[in-house]
Design a protein around this ligand. Structure first.
Ligand SMILES: Cc1cc2nc3c(=O)[nH]c(=O)nc-3n(C[C@H](O)[C@H](O)[C@H](O)COP(=O)(O)OP(=O)(O)OC[C@H]3O[C@@H](n4cnc5c(N)ncnc54)[C@H](O)[C@@H]3O)c2cc1C
Length: 285
């Protein structure tokens, strides 16, 4: 391995100052589960890694707001989030979704900030958080900006984050009675990377009428995508078999699919067509 600098700042502010706006070989490292895999074959060769392991403990905490919201520090491990009582009570969809994410060894080490910043479209946390309407707080040398999770991604492994910006925390707004479901469909073993993952969040006007909808797709496309046309078809609609059929056709036509090792674009389109009505039913059940 080519030698590189390793630094362990004691604060987030110091970590930001050790990054370099003009040099992408200077990278932050959280759990290292993604970065190390890219370094081993020489795909990524760092000049300096800025470890976030010793920044303020606040960034490893999960805080529940009185309104049912959740603030999740970027250095919280995925396993801590999965086991968090506040997350389990306020967002019942979260635990099951996180348990489909790889295995417990990875979840013990990987951090929320790393999972959101990596930009691999197959990952589970970005579509899950986008479904729930979460935002991230991003800190750079000029201050803090607030970004909706679905707006973080530009394309395959590309995010809007600058080289010298860090995700500090994620804020998940309260469900306020909305229903949410998340599905991950793999083409090989259950804990493999997904061919398609999908989240649905529905606010209901009454038992059968949808007031507002979020439909988010991951893995099948180049980046986490909200299906806006499908959402508007659901908004104000009464749930019945006819609606579910129209919605699945709309989503299959609206999404932009990519073929990869987990399935062809045609296969993923079919998965979406079949699984979207099931996910909506699960959210309502
Ligand atoms: C065997 C295996 C199976 C997996 N299966 C799945 C799966 O099924 N579903 C899934 O979702 N994921 C899966 N993963 C991926 C795993 O979720 C990611 O590797 C992990 O989430 C990355 O988090 P990390 O803390 O280790 O990030 P790191 O490796 O530390 O960093 C990842 C990227 O984010 C940047 N970064 C880190 N922290 C920050 C921050 N706070 N602000 C800005 N940038 C930051 C780094 O510079 C790097 O570019 C799997 C991983 C492995 C090894």
């Amino acid at each position: 391995m080519i030698p590189f600098d390793w630094v362990e700042p004691a604060s987030l502010k110091e970590a930001v100052s050790l990054l370099d706006a003009d040099d992408s070989t200077v990278r932050p490292i959280s759990g290292g589960t993604a970065l190390m895999l890219m370094m081993k074959p020489g795909f990524f060769v760092p000049s300096r890694l800025v470890s976030l392991a010793k920044i303020e403990a606040d960034y490893s905490s999960i805080r529940a707001g009185g309104d049912g919201s959740l603030r999740v520090g970027a250095m919280t491990s995925l396993a801590e989030l999965e086991r968090s009582a506040a997350a389990i009570v306020n967002f019942p969809v979260m635990k099951g979704a996180l348990q489909t994410l790889s295995n417990i060894r990875v979840r013990n080490v990987a951090r929320v900030g790393g999972a959101l910043a990596h930009g691999d479209p197959h990952m589970d946390l970005p579509p899950l958080f986008a479904t729930l309407g979460a935002r991230v707080s991003v800190v750079g040398p000029d201050g803090t900006r607030d970004i909706a999770v679905e707006d973080l991604y530009l394309g395959y492994y590309q995010t809007v984050l600058k080289n010298n910006e860090l995700i500090a925390e994620a804020i998940v707004p309260p469900l306020n009675g909305a229903r949410a479901a998340y599905k991950k469909i793999t083409s090989r073993s259950a804990d493999d990377w997904p061919a398609l993952n999908m989240g649905v969040r529905l606010e209901m006007a009454d038992a059968n009428t949808i007031k507002a909808a979020r439909v988010v797709l991951g893995a099948a496309s180049e980046r986490v995508t909200r299906l806006a046309q499908t959402e508007s078809l659901l908004t104000g609609a009464i749930v019945n078999d006819g609606l579910l059929k129209r919605v699945s056709e709309s989503a299959a036509a609206e999404a932009r699919f990519v073929s990869d090792a987990h399935g062809s674009a045609a296969y993923k389109r079919e998965l979406l067509r079949v699984y979207l009505p099931r996910t909506i039913k699960e959210a309502l059940s």
